[in-house]
Design a protein around this ligand. Structure first.
Ligand code: SAM
Length: 255
């Protein structure tokens, strides 16, 4: 952009912060320089980008803090994937959050769709994915885990890492995961166990914060939802995380 056109305003400072994208362009109003409104709109976008990076740095601080206490979030996601065994596309990751499972999958070479009810965490997940050069493998959608907008039997792998303690109705979210999973699909559900939960509470307390996630009985949720729908349920207890790997029944059997 050239300074020409900014006939009444000097927005050089703002221009130096311009983001790569200008989201909206409004018509200049009477009395304003040609591009006055363009700059205002872009400035807002730059502010949001700064906010996303602030949030990203916050997530990084949390990651490093947990690592210091022995919980390596990235290693934990890798462990979940190792427990899951072979993974087949199409893959759905429910509850993007900052994207630790998303980028773990994408770094392993998978293309996937990931959904979250909030856009903020997904913007952080995008930053991680861009840093790991896997952004092109991920489709981000804003969606409620309790009301997935996918047809029945859409995915060969459906995964939720550390989501269930965060959702309003964990059972409903798991039912939806089952619905969108194909016959013989793999459904992978992992969440903090007692030890993980205690550590999260401790670290948040040290940080003068309160962890808003609720206590859930993952085992009970899994057994209630999959009572008639799974051919195989395997449970793995790792250091801070419990993982269930479930194979959905094939067609012809009661679901
Ligand atoms: C702890 S994070 C998930 C962590 C992520 N899977 C990872 O591996 O980094 C939990 C996320 O669940 C999202 N969430 C909460 N309720 C939800 C819902 N009903 N549907 C979809 N996402 C939801 C929150 O916005 C938050 O980003």
């Amino acid at each position: 952009m050239k300074a020409i056109g900014f006939n009444r305003f000097s927005y050089f400072q703002t221009l130096s912060n311009l983001p790569d994208k200008i989201h909206s362009v409004q018509k200049p109003k009477k009395g304003f320089g040609q591009c006055g409104f363009v700059v205002i709109s872009a400035y807002k976008s730059a502010q949001r980008k700064n906010k996303d990076y602030r949030k990203f740095r916050q997530y990084e601080r949390i990651r490093l803090l947990f690592k210091r206490y022995g919980y390596d979030m990235d290693a934990a996601r890798e462990k979940v994937l190792a427990r899951a065994g072979a993974i087949t596309e199409p893959v759905l990751d429910v509850g993007t959050g900052p994207g630790r499972m998303t980028y773990a999958l994408a770094k392993s070479g998978f293309r996937l769709t990931t959904v979250d009810i909030a856009k903020g965490p997904q913007r952080v997940a995008r930053i991680y994915a861009r840093r790991f050069k896997v952004l092109n493998r991920v489709k981000f959608l804003k969606m409620d885990a309790g009301r997935l907008k996918f047809r029945n039997n859409s995915f060969a792998t459906v995964i939720a890492a550390n989501l269930l303690h965060d959702v309003h109705s964990p059972k409903l979210a798991v039912k939806e995961m089952l619905r969108v999973a194909r016959p013989k699909a793999k459904i992978i559900i992992s969440d903090l166990n007692k030890k993980g939960r205690a550590l999260v509470d401790k670290v948040y307390r040290i940080n003068n914060e309160i962890h808003r996630g609720k206590l859930i009985n993952l085992g009970r949720i899994v057994s209630e939802v999959f009572r008639n729908s799974a051919v195989k349920v395997r449970k793995y207890d790792d250091n801070f995380i419990t993982t269930y790997v479930i194979i959905k029944k094939s067609h012809g059997k009661r679901n």
